[in-house]
Design a protein around this ligand. Structure first.
Ligand SMILES: Cc1ncc(COP(=O)(O)O)c(C=O)c1O
Length: 415
């Protein structure tokens, strides 16, 4: 057995996290997480829960009453939405343009859906007409779509999909983990029925809780499946007639009772994550959603200009890129792409992302999300990246990247 004294103090080296998430956490959020614990029915605690509901309505741009947190990482929110909405045998259509489309398929199948996936090559997204045709052809009950897929860095335009789903009287669920807070996202205007997100991308919090929201159409389905676990079930409660939701943890009707004035106990809400979610939203709303999006756009524009000036090629359809993650093709002259990432991390303290599936070994992914999305970080990243690339055999003239990024800032910053 290892002696307790031999474990070192927990003292992680600060990094600049410029991968596809997690990213550096706002200092205010870290501070909020260390505030005193409260009991879950303490009026202060329930007031913070209510604040969170109200604040995330603004973040998601919705009037939905049911806007709350699911404890767990972003996929907890995805799973809670899908497993509660999908009834066994329902047909679910997944437009798949990256890794997280595969996750939609996987979770829908585990929810006993009949799943139909349609695909475009990674680096592309769907045209509205393709989605309309697929909906007409397959007649699904639910469309489950990722907004921005970090695996490819692409964002699917959603401004027409919700209207198409409404015309057909079917549901639209969206995974907005990577986009909310740094890319335009309009839940009500785009007629999205249910959405989930995570803190560790543009909201710049730690992973571990998932803000979600759903509208009255979804609420009707959920209440038709309402069940309350034994031991807390009120005496006169009558079970709904719809099929019981398979998961207890992700049972949204039970979560609704916990987050409503009934405060009917479900899990024990994670106190530091509630504080974190509240502080993330406060920071984002204080900056202003629009201002934050403009900052993300400008920062990625400067980064991309720098990368291109260095002679690198960017990945994917230029009109469909997220504002928050950039894919860079690994040049042929680089023998070992992981060595580049490792030198950037260990010599300069900067983390950038590798990639999955068909893109493995083909692109690096650089995130410019939330707190990280700042001029100083872009200039530091470009300077360091250039130095490491040159050491590893890529030829580019010194400072071309940083000069090009400076130029973007000079042209766009007005005091
Ligand atoms: C678009 C998208 N969806 C879902 C997830 C899953 O998030 P988590 O790892 O927090 O469960 C991620 C994480 O990278 C993501 O980018």
């Amino acid at each position: 057995m290892t002696k307790a004294e031999s474990y070192s103090d927990l003292d992680p080296t600060p990094r600049l996290l410029m991968g596809p998430g997690p990213v550096d956490v706002y200092p205010q959020v870290l501070q909020a997480m260390s505030k005193p614990m409260l009991g879950q029915f303490d009026p202060q605690f329930t007031a913070y829960m209510n604040d969170v509901m109200q604040m995330y309505r603004s973040v998601f741009r919705t009037e939905n009453e049911w806007t709350l947190l699911v404890n767990g990482t972003a996929r907890a929110g995805i799973e809670a939405c899908l497993t509660s909405i999908i009834q066994p045998g329902d047909k679910v259509l997944v437009p798949r343009f990256g890794r997280f489309g595969h996750l939609m398929v996987e979770i829908s199948q585990r929810s006993r859906a009949e799943v139909v996936a349609i695909d475009v090559p990674w680096g592309e997204v769907f045209e509205s007409q393709q989605l309309r045709d697929a909906i007409h052809r397959h007649q699904p009950k639910v469309v489950a779509c990722v907004h921005g897929d970090t695996s490819t860095t692409m964002a699917q335009p959603l401004d027409e999909l919700g209207a198409i789903c409404r015309e057909e009287d079917i549901f639209l669920y969206v995974d907005a983990t990577a986009t909310v807070g740094g890319n335009p996202f309009e839940m009500d205007e785009w007629k999205i029925d249910a959405v989930s997100s995570g803190l560790q991308k543009c909201l710049s919090g730690p992973p571990g809780t998932s803000p979600i929201s759903f509208n009255d159409r979804v609420t009707e389905v959920l209440l038709s499946r309402k069940h309350i676990e034994g031991g807390i079930r009120p005496e006169k409660f009558v079970e709904a007639s719809g099929p019981i939701i398979q998961s207890n943890y992700f049972d949204l009707p039970m979560l609704m009772d916990y987050w409503s004035p009934k405060r009917l106990n479900h899990h024990t809400e994670s106190t530091p994550m509630l504080y974190a979610a509240r502080e993330c939203a406060r920071v984002v709303l204080r900056e202003g959603i629009e201002t934050g999006i403009v900052r993300h756009r400008l920062t990625s524009k400067a980064l991309r200009a720098g990368l291109v000036a260095m002679g690198l090629e960017l990945f994917g359809n230029p009109d469909r890129r997220m504002t928050s993650v950039t894919g860079v093709l690994i040049p042929d002259s680089i023998g070992d792409s992981e060595k580049v990432r490792s030198e950037l991390l260990l010599d300069f303290g900067i983390e950038i992302g590798t990639s999955f599936g068909p893109l493995h070994g083909k692109i690096w992914r650089i995130g410019t999300m939330g707190y990280v999305c700042q001029k100083a970080n872009i200039l530091r990243c470009l300077t360091s990246f250039e130095a490491v690339l040159r050491r590893n055999g890529f030829s580019s003239s010194a400072n071309t990247g940083v000069d090009a990024a400076y130029q973007v800032y000079d042209e766009n910053e007005h005091d």
